[in-house]
Design a protein around this ligand. Structure first.
Ligand SMILES: Cc1cc2nc3c(=O)[nH]c(=O)nc-3n(C[C@H](O)[C@H](O)[C@H](O)COP(=O)(O)OP(=O)(O)OC[C@H]3O[C@@H](n4cnc5c(N)ncnc54)[C@H](O)[C@@H]3O)c2cc1C
Length: 350
């Protein structure tokens, strides 16, 4: 089968690689370079604080990453401190983790440098995973070429119902995995999606020895060394043009650092050294969007702040659909979504 994929982010790259590995003739079109947008700027957390159904997909993504050469030293399980306002959420998540064999770390000495003030929030130590965005893009790219796929530079445009590149009309089954630009190529999904700025910052200061996913104060933290860490948050400023997503707002990052400092006062002495941002796209119900739009045209997008976490698993289901061997479940393939806006439905509810 011939497959044309538009977009060289994690979604397009994984779908293209899966199809190429299955022996199909794959061409991927990227207007800048693979990983140029949100994918290359991601913090690399493979998030595990989801409801059971979605967590199964996370585990499928992990399997996919583990099929990549060199993953043993990059894609790794780490301990995370998970905080939530409601204790019931924490115990539910622990039950889900246990039932899926994720287990929870025992005897971890959480070293935050100061007494950690849990306040009235509840917490648990859980297992999460990290990858490296640069490694992920480079490896997907080189594996795609090694598997016989082709990567072509330049814009793809839609004219009527067909798609065109300067080299000619796109052939075969077409999968639009163009992140926030998918809305421009497929206005069919405009009413059910929203684009917003995703942002993170690199901070110099004492780093904890665990990842922190704080759903109560809404931030995440990934230690990179013992004196550096990355912080990001749940602030989702809505934008109209994807390009606006690349302009960071340092005030937001100071706000995130302040929230962390409410937990660990020592963080007041930390220094933000770099802030970066890229556009993200979400659907009205927050779940990814994958399936047929019309004729031989398919969509793969809507990964919100969790594309590295979910794209490989959803791409695998879409690959089966392209081959006529399965269907993407309705939760993900429905083009009409309840409403627009930025929601994060993934996280475990209690
Ligand atoms: C700061 C930050 C931190 C994040 N942290 C995490 C995290 O820890 N864990 C996690 O799972 N996710 C994280 N995310 C979210 C994750 O990065 C995204 O969900 C994911 O990268 C989306 O991938 P994508 O392939 O759908 O889109 P994109 O990465 O946006 O890729 C789309 C590609 O399509 C190309 N394109 C667009 N239009 C055209 C066209 N017409 N012709 C040719 N090419 C085109 C673009 O150039 C782009 O390269 C983070 C994002 C950011 C910005």
């Amino acid at each position: 089968m011939r497959v044309s994929v538009v977009g060289g982010g994690v979604a397009g790259l994984t779908l293209a690689l899966i199809m190429a590995r299955r022996g199909h003739r794959v061409t991927l079109y990227e207007q800048q370079y693979p990983g140029w947008s949100a994918t290359g700027k991601s913090a690399g957390i493979i998030v595990t604080v989801f409801e059971e159904d979605l967590l199964r997909h996370v585990l499928a993504s992990l399997d996919f990453y583990h099929s990549l050469p060199g993953s043993e030293s990059i894609v790794r399980g780490v301990d995370a401190l998970y905080l939530h306002r409601e204790g019931a959420c924490v115990s539910k998540l622990l039950r889900i983790h246990e039932s899926l064999g994720l287990g929870s770390p025992n005897h971890v000495q959480v070293d935050l440098g100061v007494d950690f003030d849990y306040g009235r929030d509840y917490y648990a130590l859980i297992r999460t995973y990290l990858t490296d965005a640069g490694w992920t893009v480079n490896t997907l790219y080189s594996e795609l070429l090694r598997s016989g796929g082709e990567i072509v530079d330049g814009w793809v445009e839609r004219k009527g119902d067909s798609f065109h590149h300067q080299s000619g009309r796109l052939e075969g089954k077409i999968v639009v995995a163009a992140g926030p630009w998918t809305r421009i190529l497929l206005p069919e999904i405009e009413d059910s999606t929203t684009i917003y700025r995703c942002q993170a910052a690199s901070v110099e200061g004492p780093a904890p020895n665990v990842v922190i996913e704080d759903d109560a104060l809404e931030y995440y933290l990934v230690p990179t060394t013992n004196s550096r860490f990355v912080i990001g948050d749940g602030a989702n400023p809505i934008i109209n043009d994807p390009i606006d997503g690349f302009t960071p707002d340092p005030e937001d990052s100071y706000d995130v650092l302040e929230r962390y400092a409410r937990r660990v006062p020592e963080a007041w002495e930390s220094r933000i050294i770099q802030v970066w941002a890229a556009p993200c796209i979400t659907t009205g119900d927050g779940l990814p969007l994958a399936g047929r739009v019309y004729d031989d045209v398919y969509v793969l997008t809507g990964f919100n702040g969790a594309g590295l976490t979910l794209a490989p698993a959803i791409a695998r289901m879409l690959a089966a659909e392209l081959e006529g061997k399965g269907r993407v479940p309705q939760d993900f393939s429905r083009l009409e979504r309840p409403s627009r806006g930025v929601v994060e439905p993934y996280f475990v509810k209690c």
